[in-house]
Design a protein around this ligand. Structure first.
Ligand code: IPE
Ligand code: IPE
Ligand code: MG
Length: 240
């Protein structure tokens, strides 16, 4: 639609502030997470409308497993329910859905739902929507290093070539293999930190910190973020 100038290919969001949103309204933290799903829907629509090709969302970190069991359970149930409800929407809107992260830690039931959504939407190409679940940047780099080491050990004839690998060559061991690095990382709720998100892939991402709590971050806020991004001057360490 509009915004053809300097539209980021990949927008990533650290969706933060659900708990505070609920607290402000004297509700349970879970109510904040439920309302946050509406923001996911709104931002996904806005991303399609603006011509963004990849939208990724930090939904649950490896560290978030340390929250009270009740909250973890509520979040996992919500993920399951949201995927079940959104599948038809992904199919009718050309959305390819992916979940990336430490999948072994998720329940069999949730993993089966994820596999189903990923398989059924695999050929869609209007927008790739990625949910990072049980993800952390350090974990990703470590699992990549382990895969690399295993490959060196199992292919000694290629070890010299592998040891000469460059930075781009390492990309394929990360869970984001094949996905362009985020151009823009947005964090909501006023916190100004990365919280172990895309540490490798975000090396040159533009960062945008918004004071708005995630459940209040809707289409207008998403569009404003893209507007702000369009004015950024990315230099990648070079002189322009
Ligand atoms: C983000 O909101 C959702 C997750 C991290 C799962 P929070 O739950 O972190 O909300 P605050 O930061 O406590 O307000
Ligand atoms: C970051 O939010 C993780 C997600 C949004 C999924 P947190 O609320 O867990 O981060 P901290 O604890 O404020 O750094
Ligand atoms: Mg938080």
């Amino acid at each position: 639609m509009e915004n053809t100038n300097n539209v980021p290919v990949h927008v990533s969001i650290i969706m933060d502030g659900n708990g505070r949103w609920a607290k402000e309204k004297d509700l349970d933290r879970a109510a904040g997470h439920i309302e946050g799903v509406e923001s996911v829907r709104a931002c996904t629509e806005a991303a399609v409308e603006c011509g963004v090709r990849y939208l990724s969302l930090y939904a649950f970190s490896e560290e978030n497993w340390g929250r009270p069991q009740e909250e973890v359970n509520a979040l996992m149930e919500l993920m399951f329910k949201s995927m079940m409800e959104e599948l038809s929407n992904f199919l009718s809107n050309g959305i390819r859905f992916m979940v990336l992260g430490h999948r072994e830690r998720l329940s069999d039931k949730l993993n089966a739902m994820i596999d189903d959504c990923m398989e059924k939407t695999r050929m869609n190409d209007r927008l790739t929507l990625i949910v990072f679940l049980s993800y952390s940047g350090k974990w990703d780099i470590l699992q990549a290093a382990k895969k690399f080491a295993a490959e060196v050990l199992s292919h000694p004839e290629d070890s010299e070539k592998l040891m000469n690998m460059d930075v781009d060559g390492f990309d394929r061991y990360l869970v984001t293999d094949g996905i362009p690095d985020p151009d823009l990382i947005i964090r909501t709720s006023g916190e100004q930190r990365i919280s172990n998100y895309l540490l490798w892939q975000g090396a040159y991402s533009e960062l945008l910190f918004s004071d708005i709590l995630w459940p209040d971050f809707r289409k207008q806020e998403f569009r404003s973020a893209l507007q702000a991004y369009s004015k950024r001057d990315r230099r990648y360490g070079k002189v322009k």
